[in-house]
Design a protein around this ligand. Structure first.
Ligand code: NAD
Ligand code: DAU
Length: 332
């Protein structure tokens, strides 16, 4: 049994990880989360109080972080400003949390010699052409496009430097696009599902040809647990489930699964600097750590996710109007 500190554990992927830990291990979890607009206590509701504690606070608060590192065996670092569109609007919080926040955790890991796993994204590698046979690997050069992805790239490089210069016991994973329960309605899949529920037409940026490589959040969690248990210190692992889909195909599938005409969507203003395609080669994780995604196909996963948003309207309803007003102001 280990005492885990999970930063950002009230957000989308962090809360899925906390549920995964409770279901599949006997570890206890302290969640450190600032509860920004993206954090939600309700995502941790129903978890056993003797195994999961929520501390509301900022990862850039050095004294708080110091106190927490002193009483945990390992830290899994999810906390971030995570949305590209927001980073185009106001990059500052991305620098504060993703860069200075990660630096604060690294300094505490160094002081307390605590094992740290840093959660990152495939976006640090930039994008691929639609017909490029190559996918991202652990050796692909960094080439981030947006304020969000550049701050994530910066945080990865800080982790690598603290491993090499100070011997911090850290690993890094770069994962592709996640979907599943507890994802904020600002993101692509929940936005379109909740649009259909509300009678709004789904909105595709540009021509809808952009490709993302989808993985269920629960498969991301099992991969992170494998790296935490068996990953080699100082190493990076790419996480993906061979789930490439164009945005247009995703919207058409959602409409079809929700009993609507698959052509019933709008093309809207494109995202500036919009990455064309992401694709992950997760061979290393599979070969060295024996990880495999467990979640059934994307269509079945989407079906379950649609059911979750239908059954949990109280979880997302409060955020929906504000998100749509933000997008409408940008012609999206
Ligand atoms: P999210 O926006 O849903 O959640 C982020 C959480 O971090 C929220 O609960 C928020 O309150 C918290 N937070 C933000 N700033 C904080 C601060 N200064 N101190 C403490 N807590 C703070 O994000 P997500 O989609 O769950 O992403 C989690 C992590 O996974 C991020 O590091 C992201 O870069 C990475 N990632 C996301 C995806 C994806 O598809 N969403 C894919 C790969 C990697
Ligand atoms: O690849 C991993 C990344 O995936 C993570 O690092 C990010 O934290 C996460 O937000 C996600 O980034 P994306 O920018 O790919 O996700 P988003 O859900 O914002 O958009 C997915 C795709 O859908 C992208 O091509 C933009 C497009 N899109 C998005 C919205 C919100 C639309 O076409 N319409 C929309 O309404």
């Amino acid at each position: 049994m280990a005492r885990l500190l999970v930063t950002g554990g009230a957000g989308f992927i962090g809360s899925n990880f906390v549920h995964h830990i409770v279901a599949h291990t006997d570890h206890t979890v302290t969640v450190l989360d600032k509860l920004t607009y993206a954090g939600n206590r309700a995502s941790l509701a129903g978890l056993p109080a003797d195994r999961v504690e929520l501390v509301v606070g900022n990862i850039a608060d050095a004294p708080l972080v110091d106190e927490l590192f002193a009483r945990h065996d390992a830290v899994v670092h999810y906390a971030a400003e995570s949305h590209n569109d927001n980073s185009l609007d106001d990059p500052r919080p991305f620098l504060d949390t993703n860069v200075v926040g990660t630096y604060t955790l690294l300094e505490a890991a160094r002081r307390h010699d605590v094992r740290l796993h840093h959660i990152s994204t495939d976006e640090v590698y930039g994008d691929l052409e639609l017909d490029d046979p190559q996918r991202f690997t652990e050796t692909t050069p960094y080439n981030p496009s947006s304020p969000y992805s550049s701050t994530k790239a910066a945080s990865d490089l800080l982790v690598r430097a603290w491993v090499r210069s100070f011997g911090v016991r850290a690993t890094i994973s770069n994962c592709s696009n996640n979907y599943g329960p507890f994802q904020h309605v600002e993101k692509f899949i929940p936005r379109q599902i909740t649009n259909v529920i509300r009678g709004i037409r789904p909105k595709l940026y540009g021509t809808g040809e952009n490709v993302r490589d989808w993985i269920h959040a629960d498969d991301h969690s099992s991969a992170v647990l494998a790296i935490l248990d068996r990953g080699a210190i100082g190493e990076t692992y790419l996480i993906g489930a061979d789930g490439e889909e164009s945005n247009k195909d995703v919207v058409e599938t959602i409409l079809d699964l929700m009993g609507k005409d698959p052509g019933d969507y709008d093309l809207v203003a494109d995202r500036p600097g919009h990455d064309l395609r992401y694709a992950i080669d997760s061979s290393r994780l599979r070969a060295e750590l024996g990880w495999r995604p467990q979640y059934p196909g994307f269509r079945e996963g989407l079906e379950a996710t649609i059911r979750w948003y239908r059954d949990n309207e109280s979880w997302w309803a409060g955020a929906k109007d504000g998100v749509e007003a933000f997008y409408a102001s940008k012609g999206q």
